[in-house]
Ligand binder design. Sequence first.
Ligand code: IMP
Ligand code: MG
Length: 181
Amino acid sequence: MLEQDIERVLFSEEQLKQRVAEIAQQIDRDYEGKEPLLVSVLRGSFVFMADLVRQITLPCTVDFMAVSSYGSGTTSSGQVKIVKDLSEQIEGKDVIVVEDILDSGNTLSYLLKLLEARHPASIRLCTLLDKPERRTKPVHVDYSGFSIPDAFVVGYGLDYDEKYRNLPYIGILKPRVYGGE
Ligand code: IMP
Ligand code: MG
């Protein structure tokens, strides 16, 4: 059972739903009269993305990108690899990059630079979770769901070694699962 590996629930399904709705309302207000393109960074953000777009009432489009920087550990390797690029051009578009979690900032500082070079009309970052204490590369965040302490979390799309993504809540993983203690 996945549940047995969870030390404590950080955000329940209800809390996540509430916060995602607030972010969607903010996006609706900020992009009024526009048609943003939401770019989900796979795989971690797929659940957040699916819930977020269903709360946005503006016309919008979606695209997906896959990057890897972690392997099976719990800290970033620092090497970002584009595993799957976008399907569409973003030149002239109002892009919102949707991420699950901002940790060291490695992945996003690399990704944002790469996307900016394609000349979108604008680009903003929306992350569900932020671990500010862990930042080693500065990244500007436009929409953030929750700031969290430095703990390894799983669920609601976030994984450890590709598992736990299907938990409907976000919980702290017991360190013994990854050999922490
Ligand atoms: P960064 O490059 O260090 O900012 O790492 C960002 C990526 O690391 C995220 O997109 C996640 O895939 C992964 N990550 C960072 N912290 C966690 C965590 O606590 N749980 C699960 N994945 C995490
Ligand atoms: Mg990720």
